[in-house]
Design a protein around this ligand. Structure first.
Ligand code: SAH
Ligand code: SF4
Ligand code: F3S
Length: 443
C-alpha cells in the first residue's frame, strides 16, 4: 500500500477565498490527499492569498518565509500559492524570484486545474506557473470539502464590474459572470439533502446576479426559487451593493420565510464628495433613505456595513459626515478599514494621500463610536426571544455552544450536543458589543 498523503491550505481574505479553498480541498481529497493541521506532516501546502489591502500581502510573505524550513526538512513537499495576489504581475515576479521554495503559482481563474498542475510537478519536479487573465467560461462545478456540516457557501456570481476607484477586486477576479440558476438550485438541493440547514450566497455584488442571463432571471427571483428547497432552513447572502438594492429585493427579504433578516450593505463613506470620488454610484441621502426603508419595512432586521477611512483627499469635514451617518443609522455592526493604496487603481495614483497618523486616529474614533452603538443595540435585545441555528462548541470554550440569530448575531448557550444543526428558540439573557448569551426556551 502506498503511504498516506496529507495537505494543508492556508486561506486569507474574504468568503470567496474561503469557498475556493473548500474547493481546492475537495480536489485534493479526490486525489487521495487527507487534511492535516501540522505543516511538518504535509506533502502539499497551499496558500490562497488576498490582495485587498497591503497588510493582507505582508502576511502572505511572512508565511512564505516561515514555510521555508518545512521544505528544507522535506524536499518532496510541494508548496503552492494561488488566489487574488497571484493575479497581479508584481507579486508573481516577487514570489517566483525570491521564494525559490515555492513550486506552484496559480490564479483565481484556473483553480479547477489544480490536479493537473500538481501531477505535472510530481512528474517533472519543475516549478510551475499558470495564471490566466480570465476564465474560459465559468469555473465548472467542483467537489467541495466543507468546513461546516450545517452551513454552506454557494457562489452565485463571480467577478465585479464596479471599479470602485480604491479597489483591486475587478482586476483580480475579472468581469461579472452569473452562474446558471439551475446549477445553483441543484447545488442547494444537494446540500440540503446532505444535512445543510443554512446557505450563504456569495458574490461581490449579488444584486447584479442575472444581468448577463435571461431577462427574467434576477436575484430576487433566485431567492424565491431557493426558498422552495424543502429541507433548507435559512438563506443568507453577501454582498449587496447599495446602488442596486431594489424594492423587489426588500420585498423578498420581508416575505420569504427562509431569507435571513440581515443585510450587509457597505457604505464606505458618509461624504458625497468622497463617495463620488470612490465611484460608488449613490449619494449619502440615497443610502440613508435605503437603510431607513429597510428598518421600517422589516422591524428587527439588522444592517451591517463597511467603511474606509482616509481615502485620498478625505478632509476632517468629510470624516465628520461619516461619523454623523453612523450616529443617524445606528448599524448593528461595521467593518472599518484604513484606506490602503492598491497599485493599478485610480485612487492609488492621487497625490493627496492622507497621513498614516490621521488615518489611524480617524479609524479609532469611528471604531469607538460603532462599538458603543453595537453594544447599546444588543442590550436592547435582552429579554427578547430569538431563533438561533446551533453550530457547535465555541472557539474559546468547548463547554459553551454557539449559534447565530437570523440577524447574524453570535449567541452563546449551554452545551447541548443534541441540538447541533437545529434551529432553536432562545431568550437573550445578556449581551456585549459582538455577542449575546441566551437560554434555550423551546426545542
Ligand atoms: N464587494 C464588496 C466588498 C469587497 S471588499 C462591496 O463592494 O461592498 C471588502 C471591503 O474591503 C470593502 O467593502 C471595502 O470597505 C474594503 N476595501 C476594499 N478595497 C480597499 C482598500 N484599497 N483599502 C481599504 N479597504 C478596502
Ligand atoms: Fe470592489 Fe467596489 Fe467591486 Fe466591491 S463593488 S468588489 S468594493 S470594486
Ligand atoms: Fe481579497 Fe480576493 Fe476577496 S482580494 S477580499 S480574497 S476577492
Amino acid at each position: 500500500m502506498s503511504k498516506n498523503k496529507y495537505y494543508n491550505i492556508i486561506t486569507y481574505g474574504c468568503q470567496m477565498n474561503e469557498h475556493d479553498s473548500e474547493r481546492l480541498a475537495g480536489m485534493l481529497e479526490e486525489m487521495g490527499y487527507q487534511h492535516t493541521e501540522e505543516y511538518k506532516n504535509a506533502d502539499i501546502i497551499l496558500l490562497n492569498t488576498c490582495i485587498i489591502r497591503e497588510n493582507a500581502e505582508l502576511k502572505v510573505y511572512g508565511k512564505l518565509g516561515e514555510l521555508k524550513r518545512y521544505k528544507r526538512e522535506n524536499p518532496d513537499l510541494i508548496i503552492g500559492i494561488g488566489g487574488c495576489m497571484m493575479q497581479q504581475d508584481a507579486p508573481v515576479d516577487e514570489v517566483y524570484k525570491k521564494y525559490r521554495h515555492v513550486d506552484l503559482i496559480f490564479g483565481t481563474h484556473n483553480i479547477h486545474h489544480l490536479p493537473d498542475l500538481i501531477r505535472k510537478i510530481e512528474e517533472t519536479r519543475d516549478r510551475v506557473v499558470e495564471v490566466w487573465d480570465e476564465e474560459e467560461g465559468l469555473i465548472p462545478d467542483l467537489p467541495s470539502q466543507r468546513e461546516s456540516e450545517y452551513s454552506a457557501w454557494i457562489s452565485i456570481i463571480q467577478g465585479c464590474d464596479n471599479f470602485c476607484t480604491y479597489c483591486i477586486v475587478p482586476y483580480v477576479r475579472g468581469r461579472e459572470r452569473s452562474r446558471p440558476i439551475a446549477s445553483i438550485v441543484n447545488e442547494a438541493e444537494r446540500l440540503a439533502e446532505d444535512g445543510v440547514k443554512e446557505i450563504t450566497l456569495l458574490g461581490q455584488n449579488v444584486n447584479s446576479f442575472g444581468n448577463d442571463l435571461d431577462k427574467d432571471i434576477t436575484f430576487p427571483k433566485l431567492l424565491e426559487e431557493l426558498n422552495k428547497v424543502e429541507k433548507l432552513k435559512r438563506i443568507r447572502f453577501m454582498t449587496s451593493h447599495p446602488r442596486d438594492f431594489s424594492d423587489a429585493l426588500l420585498d423578498k427579504i420581508k416575505n420569504l420565510n427562509k431569507v435571513a433578516n440581515h443585510i450587509h450593505l457597505p457604505v464606505q463613506s458618509g461624504s458625497n464628495k468622497v463617495l463620488k470620488e470612490m465611484n460608488r454610484g449613490y449619494t449619502r441621502e440615497y443610502y440613508i433613505e435605503r437603510v431607513k426603508n429597510i428598518q421600517e419595512e422589516i422591524p428587527g432586521a439588522s444592517v451591517s456595513t463597511d467603511f474606509i477611512v482616509g481615502f485620498p483627499g478625505e478632509s476632517e469635514e468629510d470624516f465628520q459626515k461619516t461619523i454623523d451617518l453612523v450616529k443617524e443609522l445606528k448599524f448593528d455592526m461595521a467593518y472599518t478599514f484604513i484606506y490602503s493604496p492598491r497599485s493599478g487603481t485610480p485612487a492609488a495614483r492621487r497625490d493627496d494621500q492622507i497621513d498614516d497618523d490621521v488615518k489611524k486616529e480617524r479609524l479609532n474614533r469611528l471604531m469607538e463610536l460603532q462599538n458603543k452603538i453595537s453594544y447599546d443595540k444588543n442590550q436592547k435585545l435582552i429579554g427578547t426571544t430569538q431563533e438561533i441555528l446551533v453550530t457547535g462548541p465555541s472557539n474559546n470554550d468547548p463547554e459553551v455552544y454557539e449559534g447565530r440569530t437570523s440577524t447574524n448575531k453570535i449567541c452563546f448557550i449551554d452545551m447541548r450536543e443534541d441540538l447541533v444543526g437545529e434551529i432553536v428558540k432562545i431568550k437573550v439573557e445578556s449581551a456585549k458589543s459582538w455577542t449575546l448569551e441566551g437560554k434555550i426556551i423551546e426545542e
